[in-house]
Every structure is written in structure tokens, then in C-alpha cells.
Design a protein around this ligand. Structure first.
Ligand code: TYF
Ligand code: FE
Length: 477
């Protein structure tokens, strides 16, 4: 049946039979090793934004504005003096990442940045007045596009101490400051950048993680601008003012405003690894960033008739475990798994999906569907099995539940093809878009949590079978 095995995978349930739960405390031995003297455990406040490198940032920004209700609020490009790159910041950004991390309240901070090169690297004239740094970045961006297509480049966290985290991440600690593939971890040492236009400054540093993905460590200090230095605010577009009154024969076309989506924050951001790379990627987060293992499942638990995967959720700890970076790797199966398909089309490791949290998934998904977002659909047998399980609980023969979803709510969830995973104390509602680009690589998850911090393990089988049907259409099984 669809969610037949016990989906008890919450952190509060240490006896989970589905998914392994780790203690809440950090791995002290590892952390002590890695922290250089004087530096305390780093504090992560949350996700600030996620940067994608794409072929056409203008269109990508429009796609996420129109389909996901994330308006462009800041821009840099030719008009702001950026001669080689254009960037659009979309979403709702409330500077500083997670102002409410102490309370665990929603941060109302969902922000993507789409960046494109706007000049060729190979065809720059000999006398092009470009800085060495911009020339190197132009080359890196074109290489990235060739290798990965439109893809996530950087996941930016707001931190208390950029210097502290960077120092820990790059410390000579027996492994040296190189990652498992022998590459230097430090990409950009801590740098303070002032903003002449808006005032104030930010501090950033950049480190390398899996694949070509990086993490920017950001402290917004006293920064006053709309997003980051170099960006200028973009206001919502108004219709052009005209002095001459419109002729009465002219009936302007007026579109109904698109329904609001209500995405609140980035819940987690998952990285796919190549074969046998998961452990090293997890160790990276433990040793370099002081993360701990929050939850895991292995291939005996996540498998369909055809394919399997392993997954470990790495978490920053601290208030409400604000930053969660699950790591997947393929496992042996009869056919090519979705992780292997990703690895082929992405040419290696990278960000697989970004989960966006909402407080009202019915409203969010209704709106997203109306806007044209395409989701992966599970068969109706999923809901038949779910109803049986919930009925058993209600009759006292199943899991004892401290929460309730009415038949009517369940019917609405089925209409929208929203998936449910739960334990005794709470539940989550989630669903997944189809891949967002031609390469079957990155997708987005929409998630609502109700006292349940698990990762939808009870949905994995149905979900992966649905994904496999799509893979088959792509000729990848
Ligand atoms: O939050 C979740 O439930 C997802 C599940 O390839 C998931 O992370 C895991 C692996 C995968 C697709 C979805
Ligand atoms: Fe997820």
C-alpha cells in the first residue's frame, strides 16, 4: 500500500522504525577538533538566498515571478553599471535571514537570485576593459552553464560571525583545507563590502561544497539597501501615465491579479551526490560547519521495485535547526534511479530540490496550479491506502494520533494531489514539481509542517514510483 510502513520519522520519536533519528546534540568530538581556539560553535540564522546561474536571467526571473508568485525586487545589470553580468533577486526578502529564529516563527524569507553572463568569454575583444576577477567569473559561469545547464550555484546562509565560520571551514585540521576531492575549500575569504548608494556594509565569505556548488556566509551588519551592494530596488510596474484621455472606444485589457501563493521560507535544500560520495559530503558539513546528522534513511527503506537511494539530513542545529541540508546518493537497483538520472544530466553532484514552506498548503498549491505550475501526481490508490490507515487509527487499531484531518480536508488534499506523512504527534503535507528545466535536474517541493519535522519517508515509495513513470517517458529506465 502507499504508505504501508510506519512513517514515524520525527525527531521526537527515537524508536522510529522508518528512518534513523540521531540525538539532537552535536557530535562534540568532531566539533571540538574542527573549531580553532577562541571560536565558539558557529551560529547559523537561516537561508538568506539561493543563487542560480542560468542562460537567461531575465526570463528565469519572470518565470518564478509569474509561476511561483516571487516578484523581482532587486536588479543589477547594464543599467546599474554591471557590464558582464545581470542578476535578478526574486521573492520576499526580509534582510538578515531569520529574524525570528529564537522563536522558530516563520521568517517570511524566500529569495532566489538568477544570474546570467551577458558577454561571451571566448569572444571578448583583446582590448576589453574587464577586470581579471570579472574575466575569471565570466569564464567560470560559461563553463558552469556548459556543464550543468541552468542550475543552483550557491546557497547563502546568514551567520553571526563570517570570520568564525570561514576559519573553521578552512582550518588546517589534519585533512588540510581541501575537500574530499582535493579541492581548496576557501573560495573567497571574509570581505566587507560597502554600499555607496544605500549605505552600510555587509560581510561575506565563500566556501566550496559538493560539486561546483558553493556556500556564501553572510552577515548583513548595518546594511540598508534592498538586497546586496550593487543591486538597486525594483518597484512593481505601473501602467504608463498619459496626458491625453483614452478614447471611449478603447477598452484596456485588465488581467485579474494572480492569486497569492504565501510561501514563507526555505525549509530545506537537498544535494544529490554521485556513487559513494554521500559520506564525504556529510562529513564536510560536520567538520567544516559544525552541522549534525538529523535524520537518515538507507536504501532498504527508500526503494521501489526498480531503484533505491540513501539520504542523510545534515542540520545546523541551534534554534529550531534552521538550516537543513539533506544529502542523497544513489543505491544499486534494477534500473537507473532518479538520483543517477540527475547525476548524468547535471554532470555530477549538485542541488536537487529546494523545499519552500507555507503555512497554508491548500491555498499555496491551488494558486500555484492556477498559475500553471506542474506537479508530480500520485495515483488515487495512494489516498485509498491513506484513508484505510487513518480509519484504523480512528478505530483504535492503528497508530494513536494526537491530531486530526477531516474527511473533507482529505478530499481537498486529494483534489490537489498533496501528499501526507505523519507520526503520532503531527503531520506534514508536501508535493513536488516536475523538473523546472529541460534537463531532468532541479525541482521544487512545497511543504507545510504541523508539529512534524520528518522528511516524508512515508511518501517516498509512491513518490518515487510516480517519478519513475516520468523517467520512463524520458527514456531513462
Ligand atoms: O522532504 C522530502 O520528503 C523529500 C523527499 O530524490 C525526497 O526530500 C527525497 C529524495 C528525492 C526526492 C524527494
Ligand atoms: Fe524534500
Amino acid at each position: 500500500s502507499a504508505i504501508s510502513d510506519s512513517p514515524r520519522n520525527s525527531v521526537s520519536e527515537p524508536h522510529s522504525s522508518f528512518g534513523k533519528v540521531f540525538g539532537g546534540a552535536k557530535n562534540e568530538a568532531v566539533t571540538d577538533d574542527a573549531v580553532s581556539e577562541g571560536a565558539g560553535a558557529p551560529t547559523f540564522h537561516g537561508y538568506d538566498h539561493i543563487t542560480w546561474w542560468v542562460g537567461n536571467a531575465k526570463q528565469a526571473a519572470n518565470y518564478y515571478s509569474t509561476l511561483f508568485g516571487l516578484p523581482t525586487f532587486a536588479y543589477r545589470g547594464l543599467e546599474t553599471g554591471s557590464r558582464y553580468f545581470a542578476s535578478y533577486a526574486v521573492g520576499h526578502h526580509r534582510g538578515g535571514g531569520a529574524a525570528d529564529s529564537a522563536t522558530g516563527d516563520d521568517h517570511d524569507n524566500v529569495c532566489f537570485v538568477f544570474t546570467s553572463p551577458i558577454r561571451s568569454y571566448r569572444h571578448l575583444p583583446d582590448n576589453e576593459p574587464i577586470s581579471d576577477a570579472d574575466r575569471a567569473l565570466l569564464r567560470e559561469m560559461h563553463d558552469h552553464l556548459e556543464r550543468h545547464g541552468d542550475a543552483v550555484k550557491d546557497v547563502c546562509f546568514t551567520v553571526d560571525s563570517v570570520e568564525g565560520v570561514y576559519q573553521q571551514a578552512t582550518a588546517e585540521d589534519g585533512v588540510g583545507s581541501k575537500d574530499a576531492q582535493g579541492r581548496v575549500v576557501g573560495v573567497q575569504p571574509p570581505t566587507q563590502v560597502y554600499d555607496k548608494q544605500y549605505g552600510g556594509s555587509i560581510t561575506t565569505a565563500v566556501i566550496r561544497t559538493y560539486g561546483d556548488t558553493t556556500h556564501t556566509l553572510l552577515n548583513r551588519g548595518d546594511y540598508k539597501g534592498p538586497f546586496l551592494p550593487g543591486f538597486r530596488a525594483v518597484e512593481a510596474k505601473k501602467s504608463p501615465a498619459s496626458k491625453t484621455p483614452a478614447p471611449s472606444s478603447f477598452k484596456p485589457v485588465v488581467m485579474a491579479p494572480a492569486p497569492e501563493v504565501g510561501l514563507k521560507r526555505i525549509d530545506h535544500c537537498v544535494g544529490n551526490q554521485d556513487w559513494d560520495e554521500m559520506e564525504a559530503a556529510c562529513e564536510f558539513y560536520e567538520r567544516r560547519l559544525g552541522f549534525h546528522r538529523f535524520w537518515s534513511v538507507d536504501d532498504s527503506q527508500i526503494c521501489t521495485e526498480f531503484s533505491a537511494l540513501k539520504s542523510i539530513v545534515m542540520s545546523s542545529g541551534g534554534n529550531a535547526d534552521t538550516v537543513k541540508m539533506p544529502i542523497n546518493e544513489p543505491a544499486a537497483g534494477k534500473k537507473r534511479s532518479q538520483i543517477e538520472e540527475y547525476i548524468v544530466f547535471n554532470s555530477g553532484a549538485g542541488v536537487q530540490h529546494i523545499a519552500l514552506r507555507t503555512g497554508d498548503i491548500i491555498k499555496a498549491v491551488s494558486s500555484l496550479r492556477a498559475r500553471g505550475v506542474q506537479f508530480i501526481d500520485v495515483p488515487s490508490t495512494y489516498y485509498t491506502a491513506l484513508r484505510e490507515r487513518l480509519a484504523a487509527s480512528a478505530a483504535g487499531s492503528g497508530m494513536k494520533l494526537a491530531w486530526h484531518i477531516s474527511d473533507e480536508q482529505l478530499a481537498v488534499l486529494e483534489q490537489l494531489n498533496i501528499l501526507i506523512d505523519y507520526d503520532e504527534g503531527g503531520y506534514l503535507l508536501q508535493l513536488f514539481t516536475k523538473p523546472l528545466m529541460d534537463r531532468p535536474t532541479v525541482f521544487i517541493e512545497i511543504i507545510e509542517r504541523n508539529n512534524f519535522e520528518g522528511f516524508g519517508a512515508g511518501n517516498f515509495k509512491s513518490l518515487f514510483e510516480a517519478i519513475e513513470r516520468e523517467q520512463a517517458e524520458r527514456g531513462n529506465l
